[in-house]
Write a protein that binds this ligand. Structure first.
Ligand SMILES: Nc1ncnc2c1ncn2[C@@H]1O[C@H](COP(=O)(O)OP(=O)(O)OP(=O)(O)O)[C@@H](O)[C@H]1O
Length: 540
């Protein structure tokens, strides 16, 4: 499956940048989620790659083929990009059976394709099956009722499923069985001679046949602009139905299926034409919570089984975390981070990413202080003096200079053209019991001594020996874990305690951060500086 390369991809509507200079390499066989809050440009990005939206600038390559290039004037339409779509409103045709819903699109395909000999292919397949006579009769015997009568539909499905054959081949095999003409030796001899006759006819026309039944002439695979054969259509329908486990519903109408089953049919319909890339725009958002979870598992399996590249749009960070090989996190049309889910969770590049990823959200704490002798000496929560000891990090001055210059580079870009939507910094949340007004520093007053500490809830370690003290503000046990909020002065911290634990509201507790996984960001540039440890030095 192909690699997708986006270069300087931009979509602009007048002064509004929906997607701004996006550069991305989507590796073969990956499962990418485009993630971000509402309006950040996810759907626009997906639609541009798929060919449903024309970018303003940039280029798109799919599998080495340039499908869009604003400078070279290339724009291959969506139906020629070999891509499949699955949207949240998957609308199956109500007047068609499941089989017809899946096969309908296949009947309309007409393109250059190799020519196969399905007669020889099916004869050989039947020979293989009949050579294992005992197994074959056992399969059919399993489908007899108490009176020894074959239940035809069940038997057909069983054969299709077990031997991965089409319904036509299954019918022929059942005819042999039901008419008691099951002298396998004789049938095999007849099938072989029919094959030899066809091969001789080909030879007379200087045509030979490959192991996978494609025809060859003058050393070249014969290719024809043709429609799919009914045998090919049936094999494809059966193959995709097996993958999404709907083989038994082929004759039902959509209104005779549950929501999850309908969604599976929609997936099968999308997979049937073998798209190079599968685009999914919030395909699970219409399903209830339980079904969503089930379908997530199905999608993960589907990705492995089909070996395709999946591009998935969601605003649900949990869905992105659990499904993707990589997350492409967008905000306000700009790429924030493109990495494996856990790397994003553990090392978010900036405050926006740290806050967007993770449930419950990360605790963000404003800090002020100086960097001396490889350590940050800081004041947090108005009156606590703490030390942040960085892990594998040196030379903050240099880091700050570099980070500031990168930000001002971006600013230059921002002001070069009018970007109506690019003039605000991310307003990160600081949890407090009561809101204060007028105390928030303006961006232009911030400097290299302003920081934000980030603590994931699982690193809040409530224990008697903890150096910090606080009070339980709320406690929400789920059985498996308890989400607890602790207040320190006017500030609130969220923690997750694993196991069946409860806390009394209002009780005094001690805590610390017993880990090297605490994050420190620059408040001025909002970028991650490094990870490290946070220890209390004194509390006034
Ligand atoms: N045709 C259009 N004309 C003008 N602006 C548009 C148009 N289509 C989309 N936008 C704007 O572009 C921005 C990005 O839209 P997009 O649909 O890509 O967001 P999204 O991240 O998919 O959001 P959601 O999760 O809400 O679907 C939005 O602010 C939207 O209002």
């Amino acid at each position: 499956m192909p690699e997708i390369i986006l270069k300087n991809l931009t979509k602009r509507w007048n002064g509004f940048y929906a997607v701004d200079n996006l550069n991305l390499v989507i590796e073969d066989n990956s499962f990418i989620t485009l993630l971000g809050p509402s309006g950040c440009g996810k759907t626009t990005t997906l639609r541009m790659i798929a060919g449903l939206e024309t970018p303003t600038e940039g280029s798109i390559q799919i599998g080495g083929v340039t499908v869009f290039d604003s400078e070279k004037g290339i724009n291959i339409p969506a139906n020629k990009r070999k891509v499949g779509f699955l949207f949240q409103n998957y609308a199956l045709w109500p007047n068609m059976t499941v089989y017809e819903n899946i096969s309908f699109g296949l009947k309309n395909i007409k393109e250059e394709m190799p020519v196969y000999d399905f007669v020889i292919m099916n004869n050989n397949r039947m020979i293989e099956i009949l050579n294992r006579m005992q197994e074959f009769t056992n399969v059919l015997k399993d489908c007899e009722d108490a009176d020894g009568k074959l239940i035809v539909n069940t038997a057909k499905l069983k054969l299709i499923d077990k031997y991965q054959i089409s319904q036509y081949t299954a019918t022929t095999l059942m005819d042999y069985y039901q008419n008691k003409k099951l002298d396998s030796k004789e049938i095999i001899t007849n099938l072989l001679s029919a094959n030899n006759k066809r091969i001789d006819e080909y030879k007379a026309k200087f045509i030979s046949i490959t192991e996978d039944y494609r025809l060859i002439k003058d050393g070249k695979i014969i290719v024809k602009n043709r429609k799919l054969d009914k045998e090919e259509i049936d094999l494809r329908v059966r193959e995709v139905s097996r993958i999404v486990k709907i083989g038994m519903f082929m004759d039902r109408y959509p209104n005779e299926l549950s929501g999850g089953q309908q969604q599976r049919v929609a997936i099968a319909r999308t997979l049937a034409p073998k798209p190079q890339v599968l685009f999914m725009d919030e395909p699970l958002s219409n399903l209830d919570a339980k079904l969503r979870l089930e379908m997530r598992t199905e999608l993960q399996r589907l990705h492995i089984e089909t070996n395709s590249t999946f591009i998935y749009v969601t605003h649900d960070q949990l869905e992105a975390m659990t499904l993707s090989t990589k997350i492409c996190l967008l905000e306000n049309g700009l790429l924030q981070q493109y990495e494996k889910p856990l790397s994003i969770y553990e090392k978010p590049t900036n405050l926006f990413v740290s806050d967007f990823i993770g449930t419950p959200s990360i605790n963000l704490i404003n800090a002020h202080g100086v960097y001396q002798k490889d350590v940050f000496n800081l004041t947090i929560w108005d009156d606590h003096t703490v030390q942040f000891i960085p892990k594998n990090f040196k030379n903050y001055e240099q880091w700050y200079k570099q980070s500031l210059s990168e930000v001002s580079e971006n600013m230059k870009k921002v002001y070069k053209v009018e970007k109506a939507n690019k003039d605000r910094a991310f307003q990160y949340p600081i949890a407090k019991i009561t809101e204060e007004y007028g105390s928030i520093k303006e961006d232009n007053q911030l400097n290299e001594q302003d920081f934000v500490i980030g603590v994931r809830p699982e690193f809040l370690n409530i224990n008697d020996k903890g150096a910090f003290s606080g009070e339980i503000y709320s406690s929400m046990p789920t059985g498996m874990e308890t989400t607890v909020r602790v207040n320190v002065g006017n500030y609130l911290l969220t923690g997750v305690v694993f196991g069946d634990v409860t806390f009394e509201i209002g009780s005094k507790i001690n805590f610390d951060f017993d880990t090297e996984n605490i994050l420190i960001f620059s408040r001025k540039t909002q970028k991650l500086i490094c990870k490290g440890q946070l220890i209390l030095t004194s509390e006034n």
